[in-house]
Design a protein around this ligand. Structure first.
Ligand SMILES: NC(=O)c1ccc[n+]([C@@H]2O[C@H](COP(=O)([O-])OP(=O)(O)OC[C@H]3O[C@@H](n4cnc5c(N)ncnc54)[C@H](O)[C@@H]3O)[C@@H](O)[C@H]2O)c1
Length: 276
């Protein structure tokens, strides 16, 4: 979408997780900027080197690029000190971070490597706790601030190929609710957006991703949501239009989560059964 509604005029914040043009975090950064928001961008050092976040930063009004591993307490503390000295207090925080080594290495769930399993929980879920916790400790969040994290329906229903990320997303969503109950007093809200399968480097790293993508696309009445559409939804959650929405897991999936089977999928299954 190229139209700006000015939804984030006067607001400042940070997006954790843009890597390349495909990243959901990248599209969110672009939408925030389009809506008049001022933003900083953060990722781990290797991602900032390997990806092309410098180009994104330039496109988004020379956004500061802040290096931090979102699982590293000291790096996050430093990040917020730097950010506060540049921006003062902020109004939004987007967590678009996730990674599973078990998935990358195609290790079946039953044979999980526990080191990799812990890492998946730490990077993909506990990092949300950390980015919020250290933001609070730095006293950088304005009253009325909005926190959004990205999740997937594997938290509620098991998608076999999503492996240990099913567990990580369940934990992530619980952390959002648990923190939400405590942040209300400060007028701060926190929600998760459960997005359709999306072709990004994290998404396409899943063996069987194409099957998951096509299945969801066939079942969802509106079809899969794109990363750009996700970004537009996220900016509404960062805006003043959604001040009383908190502790929610919000499906942004073309209706997939409410469907059982669709005629489209039924026809495909019938045809393949006839062939057999
Ligand atoms: N792609 C999908 O199908 C899909 C669907 C639903 C939800 N999501 C979620 O959207 C979010 C963004 O993923 P994406 O699909 O845009 O992929 P992506 O690979 O573009 O983004 C993931 C980001 O996490 C960053 N990251 C990894 N380890 C980190 C760490 N220790 N500290 C800080 N950052 C770290 C990576 O560098 C990368 O930039 C993730 O939470 C993902 O689970 C993705």
């Amino acid at each position: 979408m190229s139209t700006s509604y000015g939804l984030l005029k006067g607001k400042k914040g940070i997006v954790f997780g843009p890597l390349n043009e495909e990243s959901i975090g990248w599209k969110i950064a672009e939408s925030i900027y389009r809506e008049g928001g001022k933003l900083a961008i953060s990722n781990i050092a290797t991602a900032l080197k390997l990806g092309n976040t410098a180009a994104l930063a330039e496109k988004c009004g020379n956004a500061p690029l802040l290096i931090a591993d979102a699982t590293n307490d000291e790096e996050l503390k430093k990040l917020y000190t730097d950010l506060k000295s540049q921006f003062g207090k902020i109004d939004f925080l987007v967590h678009s971070v996730g990674m599973s080594v078990n998935i990358r290495k195609n290790i079946p769930y039953e044979e999980t490597n526990y080191g990799f399993y812990s890492k998946a929980l730490e990077v993909s879920a506990i990092s949300l706790h950390k980015v919020v916790r250290y933001a609070l400790e730095a006293d950088i969040l304005n009253p009325g601030a909005s926190v959004v994290s990205l999740t997937y329906i594997g938290a509620q229903r098991i998608f076999s190929k999503y492996n240990d990320m099913n567990d990580a997303k369940a934990l992530l969503e619980s952390i959002a609710r648990n923190f939400g109950s405590r942040l209300g007093e400060q007028g701060i809200r926190i929600n998760t957006v459960s997005q359709s399968p999306t072709r990004t480097s994290a998404g396409s790293g899943i063996a069987g991703f194409d099957g998951m993508y096509e299945f969801a696309n066939m079942v969802a009445p509106l079809g899969n949501a794109t990363a750009e559409e996700c970004a537009d939804y996220v900016v509404t959650l960062l805006s003043d239009l959604t001040k009383k929405v908190t502790m929610q897991n919000l499906f942004h999936d073309g209706g997939f989560s409410t469907m059982g089977i669709s005629d489209k999928l039924f026809e495909v299954l019938e045809k393949s059964m006839k062939r057999e």
